[in-house]
Each structure stands twice: as structure tokens, then as C-alpha cells.
Design a protein around this ligand. Structure first.
Ligand SMILES: NC(=O)c1ccc[n+]([C@@H]2O[C@H](COP(=O)([O-])OP(=O)(O)OC[C@H]3O[C@@H](n4cnc5c(N)ncnc54)[C@H](OP(=O)(O)O)[C@@H]3O)[C@@H](O)[C@H]2O)c1
Length: 293
């Protein structure tokens, strides 16, 4: 496991800017112009001062979520799984920095509770706390249940279920009041498809954990929601499909196409924002009408 951080100089500069604004406000010297500027900043950077963790963020949805949260003003812990994908994770971190925010990289298997704790430790040590957790990591295998090996089941369960539990337990302990927990499920939770029993089955807890944890954390004004994308045009999906099955899946959406990563990002942006407070405990389907419930 590695744990790297950067932009420490920038952090110092930001802290100084923040202290300057606080001192001016205390002295009652914030004029109309700067008040307008501040409200503009709140609109364009609604997550200013917040810290996010995004799991499985070396590429694809996790990378896009990390970059989006940074554009909204959050510092981001970019988690990635295999050490061999470090360069990709670094590209995700670069997007966070390009948005003017700090990024930290944490690598490891989320089926290992020590990795999960280290990820939260990194957020607290480097950025001072955790406000937003996007549980995006997941694994997929499409094959009939009769052909699944114990090892394959364990590989999916380790991240889709057990790893999610570790992340949610840690989030429940450490996310600051007013925080946001967003879990990436699948639209298959509303459907049935041969070959996807173990994928959907190990992803099924996403919905139940979300509903129950939302009740448990409500007194801290922490919301817990799940997103349930339909087929998204990433290698994750294509690795399990063929030309015919891709065309079939695309044809089930109202636009006759697969989802793109950019179709999913706005929902995460919404759920992360302070004004999404009243949306809680929900699973939100984001699939171009592919499946509804
Ligand atoms: N693409 C779709 O059609 C689709 C549809 C609905 C929902 N989703 C969900 O969306 C999420 C992101 O999918 P994506 O399409 O953007 O593909 P992706 O980039 O491959 O995302 C999956 C991530 O999870 C990581 N991961 C796998 N096993 C892990 C483990 N044991 N510990 C820690 N991290 C692990 C992967 O890292 P490695 O690659 O290094 O293993 C990868 O970064 C997944 O949870 C998936 O279930 C995808």
C-alpha cells in the first residue's frame, strides 16, 4: 500500500487566504462587493473546504467523479486498486489539481480493512477530515452461476459487499456532520439478466446499506444515497459483453445508446451538494430509461 500527497505549499497558501477572509469578516469589514464575490464562490464552488474520498478512481467513473468534486471545490483522496495502475491514478489526481484542489493517492484492496482505514487516515491527516465518500469501486464477472468458482465469488464479494461495508462503517464513524455518502450500485438491481446473478447479488447490499445507514446518520445531517447506473460505455461493461449483447443493452435505453460517464456525473454532483439535503436514503436510477422501478 502506498500513500502519497502533494500540493502542501498550495495548502498553506489556501489556509492563509481563508484566515484573511475570516479576520476581515470578524472585523465587520466585508463590503458588498466581497459579499457578492463570496456568494458567487459559494455557487461555483459549493464544496469549498470539503474533503472527498472516491474509491476505484484510477479511470472511468471514479476519475470523472473525482474531477467533478474538485471542480466544485473539494480536495480529493483518489483511491486506486492495483499498484500497476498508479500512472492512471496519477492522471486522475492531476485533474483534481488542475481544478485548483489538493489530491492524495491511496492504493490497495478494499477487501482489506487495513486499506480502508488507511484511506480515511490519509484524508484526515492530509486534509483535516472527511465530508464526502463516493463508494465507486466494484468488480464484475458475467457467467452462469453454475460455473462460478469460489474464488470468483470471493473476488466480487470482497469489493462489492465486504469492502463496501468496511468503507461505510468507516464513513459512519468519521464523516463530519452535514456530510455525503454516495454508493455506486447498478440498474441490474431493478432487473434480471442471465450471467449477472453474482454481480447483482453482491451489489444488492448497496441499496439496503444505503437505506438503513441513512436512518442511522440522519441526526448528523449526513445523507446516504445510491446511484444505480445502467450500462455505461467503459471497459468494465465491455469486458463482459459482445457486439450483439452491447447492441441489445443499448437498445433498451430510450435513446438507443449506452450511457456515458458524463451522463452519470451530474447525479453525483447533485448528491454531493449542500442543497441535496432532502434527498436521503434513496437509490437513484440513471440509465436513460433502461430499467425503471
Ligand atoms: N460500467 C457499467 O456499465 C456500470 C454500470 C453500473 C454500475 N457500474 C458500477 O460503477 C462503478 C465504476 O465502474 P466503471 O465502469 O467506471 O469501471 P472501473 O473504472 O473499472 O471501476 C471499478 C473500479 O473498482 C476497482 N476495484 C476492483 N476491485 C477492487 C478491490 N478489490 N479493491 C479496490 N478497488 C477495486 C477497480 O480497480 P482495478 O481495475 O485496478 O481492479 C476500478 O478502479 C463500479 O462499482 C460498477 O459496479 C458500472
Amino acid at each position: 500500500m502506498t500513500n502519497e500527497t502533494s500540493d502542501l505549499n498550495r495548502r498553506g497558501a489556501l489556509r492563509m487566504i481563508g484566515m484573511g477572509a475570516a479576520a476581515a469578516a470578524a472585523a465587520g469589514s466585508v463590503g458588498a462587493a466581497s459579499a457578492t464575490a463570496q456568494s458567487g464562490a459559494a455557487t461555483s464552488r459549493p464544496l469549498a473546504g470539503k474533503v472527498a474520498i472516491v474509491t476505484g478512481a484510477r479511470a472511468n467513473m471514479g476519475r470523472a467523479f473525482s474531477a467533478a468534486l474538485a471542480r466544485m471545490g473539494a480536495d480529493v483522496v483518489v483511491h486506486y486498486h492495483r499498484a500497476s495502475t498508479r500512472d492512471e491514478a496519477e492522471q486522475s489526481a492531476s485533474l483534481v489539481r488542475a481544478a485548483g484542489q489538493r489530491a492524495a493517492l491511496v492504493q490497495g484492496d478494499l477487501g482489506d480493512v487495513k486499506v480502508v482505514k488507511a484511506m480515511f487516515d490519509a484524508a484526515e491527516r492530509e486534509f483535516g477530515g472527511v465530508d464526502i465518500v463516493v463508494n465507486n469501486a466494484g468488480a464484475i464477472i458475467k457467467k452462469p452461476m453454475a460455473e462460478f468458482t469460489d474464488e470468483e465469488f470471493e473476488r466480487l464479494d470482497a469489493v462489492n459487499n465486504r469492502g463496501l461495508f468496511y468503507c461505510l462503517r468507516e464513513a459512519a464513524r468519521r464523516v463530519r456532520p452535514g456530510g455525503r455518502i454516495i454508493n455506486n450500485g447498478t440498474s441490474l438491481l431493478a432487473g434480471a439478466a442471465p450471467g449477472y446473478a453474482i454481480y447483482a447479488g453482491t451489489k444488492a447490499p448497496v441499496e439496503e446499506y444505503t437505506r438503513m445507514l441513512a436512518k442511522e446518520l440522519g441526526d448528523k445531517r449526513i445523507t446516504v444515497n445510491a446511484i444505480a447506473p445502467g450500462p455505461v460505455n467503459t471497459p468494465f461493461f465491455h469486458s463482459q459483453e459482445n457486439e450483439r449483447s452491447v447492441a441489445y443493452a443499448a437498445g433498451l435505453s430510450t435513446e438507443g445508446r449506452l450511457g456515458e460517464v458524463e451522463d452519470i456525473v451530474p447525479l453525483v454532483e447533485f448528491l454531493a451538494k449542500p442543497d441535496s439535503q432532502w434527498t436521503n436514503g434513496q437509490t437513484l436510477w440513471v440509465n436513460g430509461g433502461y430499467l425503471t422501478r
